[in-house]
Design a protein around this ligand. Structure first.
Ligand code: CS2
Length: 484
């Protein structure tokens, strides 16, 4: 089958089932570098950028998408001139659109000089990142983990392999090339992602020899902005079935297709050093403070996602929708959001909290978009603090009992300890500290021992959680070890 390419676009324009880019992609110049070119970027930020370009006719915001860890996505997209389809799966017929915003793709592992030169180029005004929680390689206190071998290697070499190293080395090249201002925007599920990134970048500079690091840190302070943003769209890993469905709809083969829920949200801190696409014309909310939106997203949507993932996987549910079909789990997710998380939130202007909670459950139940529990279960050591422990701490401080947040944490503990579901099928432990988790928890069957050993990992739990929280966890773990 012919591949999707720029040459094939005119023919697609006549195809009613598929929406083509709202402009000629060949006319776009590069204005953005994106680090972390997974399905999420393709179905989220790239689509907003596409719509903004369609609304304004501006041609300055083409994206150079960079993969960090493997060449796979580059190999899928390069033969397609960067074009790919986003298939919206939800109620009604699937809706396909071909996205043209991605004007260049590169694998930083093989093509670092190109990536560095792009970051250094004047025309690039924005760098966006989706490198996952673990990709930030932070130490327990939140700063750059200097003991991390990737960070250590990047501090010693001009050919960086980690996200922060690549970002800083790219900025260093930019400073040397003339030093035009630029914006670095975090698009991961973090709290104050911009502040986190700025700190990591600064830590990296300060760990360099001072004659190298000091001028760089100074230049960054004066020329680089680090806004936070809250991204939201459920985008499961693309499957062969997605690619086949899309290729059938298009009449040409699309190896880069991604399926996602129909709609997306983006809240952006409006703090840019050198201009930006008019993302508000694509539906994004531009604001001076994203913090209330971050807390709502992490403590409601992501928290209940994680709870359903661990409880669901243990009970043998393969998908989030199946987990939600289990009345006990649906009740737990709803009560986690309503009873534990909601009282801790400052409601952003115009947001209806009960309606938001309702919409989260409807989105999780989407029968058209199977999303695997083990995908969400990944990287629990990185996700729990942001999703469940903030809620637990705030409720404990208010004298309340965060029973549902504790249930989510307990389910993770049992997931780690048991390593299999009720039917005896293995559950993958995909986590940057998987070895350590296995060493302390694998096969442990005494609830208090399990809870105490895992609570001692201070990069996850800190040292401030009170005894009553331990007791709550022990109660839940006792029950889950026997029933889940
Ligand atoms: C999920 C998120 O991977 C996860 O743990 O909770 O990827 C979730 O699908 C997105 O944040 C939705 O915007």
């Amino acid at each position: 089958m012919t591949r999707l390419t720029l040459r094939e676009l005119p023919r697609l324009r006549e195809e009613k089932a598929v929406r083509p880019p709202p402009y000629d992609p060949a006319e776009l110049d590069l204005g953005i570098v994106h680090l972390g070119l997974g399905g999420f970027h393709r179905a989220h930020q790239a689509v907003f950028t596409e719509d903004a370009a369609g609304a304004t006719g501006e041609t300055a915001w083409g994206v150079c998408g960079v993969t960090q860890r493997s060449a796979e996505v580059v190999e899928r997209l390069r033969p397609q001139d960067g074009l790919y389809t986003v298939l919206g799966r939800g109620p009604g017929a699937p809706r396909a659109r071909v996205v043209g915003a991605l004007r260049e793709v590169a694998f930083a592992g093989d093509e670092w000089p190109l990536v560095r030169d792009r970051i250094a180029a004047d025309a690039i005004k924005v760098i966006t990142l989706t490198v996952t929680e673990k990709g930030h390689r932070r130490a327990a206190g939140g700063g750059l983990d200097l003991a991390d071998p990737v960070n250590a290697a990047d501090l010693a070499s001009g050919e960086p392999i980690g996200a922060v190293g690549r970002l800083v080395r790219g900025l260093q090249a930019r400073m040397r090339a003339g030093g035009a201002p630029i914006t670095v925007m975090s698009c991961d599920n973090l709290l104050a992602g911009g502040t986190v990134l700025r700190r990591l970048v600064n830590d990296f500079c300060w760990a360099l020899p001072s004659r190298e690091g000091d001028p760089l840190a100074g230049w960054i302070a004066d020329h680089v902005r680090f806004p936070s943003s809250v991204v939201d769209r459920i985008v499961p890993a693309a499957t062969d079935a997605d690619r086949d469905d899309v290729s059938r709809l298009l009449g040409v083969r699309d190896e880069g297709a991604v399926a996602a829920e129909p709609s997306a949200q983006w809240v952006i801190e409006d703090d840019f050093a050198a201009g930006r696409p008019r993302w508000e014309l694509a539906g994004a909310v531009l604001t001076s403070d994203v913090a209330p939106y971050e807390a709502v997203k992490l403590r409601l949507l992501n928290a209940s996602h994680s709870l359903l993932a661990y409880l669901g996987a243990l009970r043998g549910h393969d998908t989030i929708a199946a987990a939600l079909g289990d009345p006990e789990l649906a009740d737990a997710a709803e009560r986690l959001m309503r009873e534990d998380a909601s009282p801790t939130l400052t409601v952003p202007p115009g947001l209806d909290l009960p309606a938001y909670r309702e919409s989260v459950l409807t989105r999780f139940a989407n029968p058209e978009l199977p999303d695997r529990t083990v995908r969400i279960a990944m990287d629990g050591s990185q996700k729990l603090p942001l999703r469940l422990l903030g809620t637990a701490r705030d409720r404990l401080a208010a004298g309340a009992t965060p029973s549902w947040a504790a249930l989510g944490v307990a389910a993770w503990m049992v997931y780690v300890a048991k390593g299999q579901d009720v039917r005896g099928r293995p559950l993958p432990l995909d986590d940057p500290i998987a070895d350590r988790l296995r060493a302390v928890a694998s096969g442990v069957t005494d609830p208090r021992t399990l809870v105490t050993r895992l609570l001692a990992i201070d990069s996850i739990f800190g040292e401030d959680l009170p005894e009553v929280f331990t007791d709550l966890l022990v109660d839940h773990v006792t029950r889950l070890l026997h029933t889940a």
